[in-house]
Design a protein around this ligand. Structure first.
Ligand code: SAH
Length: 234
């Protein structure tokens, strides 16, 4: 995969950056271990660990935030949005149980970072962003970095992407007041959805929603979280 480095201090082979990336991954693993009793996952799978090493978060944040990209914290993007905390990106991805054939829908492309991680694990990734400026810049970034398994579109995630449905997995990276019915409809039997549910800037819960082979829906509350709101178009 081609990686773009605009400034001289950011070199793919820079051992200092690789050291910082390894430290970040260790921090994420420690977070997984600390929350295992609630999440049911004590560690990240090998393929996800490789994805976290291969996808360079510093390529997805605004240029003045690159040094902060190695911290396990959320960071501001343009248009008042945020790129999620790496531990949360990892946990949400882990809970999806993706394999190389999975077809995944992401709501909230933002920077494209989560979509790039998903692309390392799944067969196909579809990602929807409502803010045209972010949708455009993420699509361009993902294309330039060579993530050609990701297809993006600008639109309202509450509607899902019916032309590409059903999906093995759906990940929502903005908080909805409840699980959007259209997204539930687009989840395959045996499929998994990870979604923060709650009111904007108030208490939100990360939910794991599954549809079993008989079509029944099951829901588990994983962790309290804080996401930007999922906004519905009128
Ligand atoms: N996954 C992103 C982080 C996204 S932040 C990343 O890795 O960088 C949440 C994003 O959801 C924001 O960009 C916001 O504009 C978008 N969003 C909010 N409501 C939406 C909706 N109804 N449909 C699609 N995207 C939405």
């Amino acid at each position: 995969m081609k990686t773009i480095y605009n400034d001289d201090e950011m070199r793919p082979s820079d051992p200092e950056l690789e050291r910082r990336r390894s430290e970040l991954i260790e921090e994420i693993q420690a977070g997984m271990a600390a929350t295992a009793s609630r999440t049911g996952r004590s560690r990240l799978g090998k393929r996800l660990l490789r994805a976290l090493r291969e996808v360079h978060r510093e390529d997805f944040v605004p240029p003045n935030r690159r040094q902060e990209a190695f911290r396990d914290s959320a960071l501001p993007l343009d248009c008042g949005q945020t790129i999620s905390q790496p531990y949360i990106v990892a946990l949400m991805t882990e809970l999806l149980d993706l394999d190389a054939h999975s077809s995944v829908l992401e709501i909230g492309t933002g920077s494209g970072y989560q979509a790039a991680i998903l692309a390392c694990l799944a067969g196909r990734v579809y990602s929807i962003e409502r803010i045209p400026e972010l949708a455009r810049s993420a699509a361009q970034r993902l294309r330039e970095l060579g993530y050609d398994k990701v297809e993006t579109r600008c639109g309202d995630g509450y509607r899902g992407w019916p032309e590409k449905a059903p999906f093995d997995a759906i990940v929502v990276t903005a908080a909805a007041p409840s699980v959007p019915p259209k997204l539930l409809e687009q989840l395959k039997p045996g499929g998994r959805m990870v979604i923060p549910v709650g009111m904007p800037y108030m208490h939100q819960d990360l939910l794991l929603v599954t549809r079993d082979q008989a079509g029944e829906i099951h829901q588990r509350n994983v962790l309290p979280v804080a996401f930007v709101p999922m906004i519905e178009e009128n």
